[in-house]
Design a protein around this ligand. Structure first.
Ligand code: NAD
Length: 505
């Protein structure tokens, strides 16, 4: 297999990997795999080959209704919210173990569906998903209220109760990670749920549903309904019997989700939206390490990462040397079949994504940025794009402002820290930022000045189950990680009681 960023075509060769058979293509409702009510199906496409992997049952509004009914019954009368939290935890841990036993299959499904690197799925993304399951399993029996000493003859205590039936809507760029960031805390809280995976990547979610049943998650607690956004997705956000919605995706759809939640039953919404994250590199940074981090920050998962460092600002003293190193490294970045162990970048998730990224590259060229490397599709089969770097980018250019969600980096120069702060914050987004410096004062000032939900100092992409994750500004609200995420799925009930026979009663 030829696998250099500058060469060849789609590089697809299944000879080094046994493809899994696709066993789960129906909706998972009330513990069973069922056809959609309409009988309609949609095709899920392998972005490496542009061929159909499988036909998947297409959920629509009426299927969401059935799934919500099952989740409502499981919440109102089923064992899940009522069982000891330690029992819920045991089942969640069992589920994590089953995923680990079947990790090759799970990893391969995301590679086929989303073009993600197989070894990354197997050794990073899915282990972080099972870590999340275990983390929230551990938290399940530590959900506490408070005892409140009231003035007068009463006291109160608070109960942290599960919010009820939750709707989860997730994107395609990290199907396993997104699935467990939503499902794990809501399960630990005692909720039941309906999850809609993205139409591009339904397969791993259905596989996880199968393993959930084997682990002992009671019927109706977890329902997985593949389908399209305007139909199945909108049915979730507008449903009168869903108590909360957790959404990850674009700003445009996040806004629609919020509107239809408001127009229906005023359900609370949490939104994990996009990003245009700055990586800011100071003169005192290790140039080689900075170039590596800048490359990984944007090219990992072919740039289809919400926290991708798509804007890189470099201080003028090291700019020229940094640029040279970065371009050299980008030219050796390996684009190829995501199953191949040497590949560093697989295909974009679908044709729409490929076209969108290429049109942004055209924009960059038209607006007068300098294309240092890349800029083209790789081959003509599969949705591969060369790692692309622009320099001479101006703040107001589209490629510096909009989320491209592809392997396209906008490189800019700065002189002083104040300028870096202003530029770093010059975005409607505020999901993440990276700072590279050896100076603790610079690091402290920058981390407090940048308006973003996560700031990485001398590292990037380092996430952990215990670390809250989510945006500032138009990158959304409501954390998807850490103990804060549990609170999206809980509500507080205050119980007030007299401490002795009050004359008022
Ligand atoms: P998208 O908003 O188009 O779709 C996301 C999900 O919403 C899909 O399941 C889709 O079917 C569904 N959907 C579409 N229209 C809908 C509607 N009208 N009502 C309800 N649901 C609807 O986003 P995408 O293109 O799949 O994903 C890319 C975006 O997601 C990027 O902006 C990326 O930054 C963002 N993202 C954010 C995070 C984060 O944690 N902040 C993580 C991953 C991806």
């Amino acid at each position: 297999m030829s696998a250099s960023s500058d060469s060849g075509n789609g590089h697809n060769d299944n000879s080094f990997f046994n493809m899994p058979t696709i066993n789960f293509t129906k909706l998972f409702i009330n513990g069973n795999f069922v056809h959609s009510i309409s009988g309609r199906k949609f095709e899920t496409i392998d972005p490496r080959t542009e061929e159909v992997i499988a036909s998947v049952s297409e959920g629509d509004r009426e299927d969401i209704d059935v799934a919500v009914e099952a989740a409502r019954e499981a919440f109102d009368r089923g064992p899940w919210p009522r069982m000891a939290a330690t029992e819920r935890a045991k089942i969640m841990v069992k589920w994590a173990e089953l995923i680990e036993e079947n990790i090759d299959e799970a990893a391969a499904l995301d590679t086929m569906d989303a073009g993600k690197l197989y070894y990354f799925n197997k050794f990073a993304e899915i282990p972080s998903a099972t870590n999340a399951l275990r983390y929230y399993a551990g938290a399940a029996d530590k959900i506490h209220g408070k005892v409140l000493k009231m003035n007068g003859d009463f006291h109160a205590y608070t109960l942290m109760e599960p919010i009820g039936v939750v709707g989860h809507i997730i994107p395609w760029n990290a199907p396993s990670f997104a699935f467990f960031m939503k499902v794990s805390p809501s399960l630990a809280a005692g909720c039941t749920m309906v999850l809609k995976p993205a139409e591009q990547t339904p397969l791993s979610a259905l596989f996880y549903a199968h393993l959930a049943k084997l682990a002992g998650i009671p019927d109706g607690v977890l329902n997985v309904v593949p389908g399209f956004g305007p139909t199945a997705g909108a049915a979730i956000s507008s449903h009168m019997d869903i108590d909360a919605v957790s959404f990850t995706g674009s700003i445009e759809v996040g806004r629609e989700v919020m509107q239809s939640a408001a127009r229906s039953n005023l359900k609370p919404v949490s939104l994990e939206l996009g990003g245009k994250s700055p990586l800011i590199i100071f003169d005192d940074a290790d140039i080689d390490k900075a170039a590596d981090l800048a490359l990984i920050g944007i090219m990992s998962n072919k740039g289809e990462v919400c926290v991708a460092s798509s804007r890189v600002y470099v201080q003028e003293g090291i700019y020229n040397e940094f640029e040279k190193k970065l371009v050299e490294k980008a030219k050796t970045w390996v684009v190829g079949d995501p199953f191949h162990p040497k590949s560093q970048q697989g295909p974009q998730a679908d044709m729409k994504q490929l076209k969108k990224i290429l049109s942004y590259i055209e924009h960059g060229n038209r607006e007068g940025a300098t294309l240092l490397t890349g800029g083209n599709r790789v081959g003509n089969k599969g949705y591969y794009i060369q790692p692309t770097i622009f320099s001479n980018v101006k703040e107001e250019m589209v490629i510096a402002q909009e989320e491209i969600f592809g392997p396209v980096l906008a490189l800019m120069k700065f002189k002083r820290m104040e300028e870096a702060i202003k530029s770093g914050n010059n975005s409607k987004y505020g999901l993440a930022a990276g700072i590279m410096t050896k100076n603790i004062d610079t690091a402290n000032t920058m981390s407090r000045s940048i308006r973003a939900g996560v700031v990485w100092i001398n590292c990037y992409f380092v996430l952990g189950s215990d670390v809250p994750f989510g945006g500032y500004k138009m990158s959304g609200f409501g954390k998807d990680s850490g103990l804060e995420a549990l609170h999206k799925y809980l509500q507080t009930k205050s119980v007030v009681t007299p401490i002795y026979n009050s004359p008022w009663l």
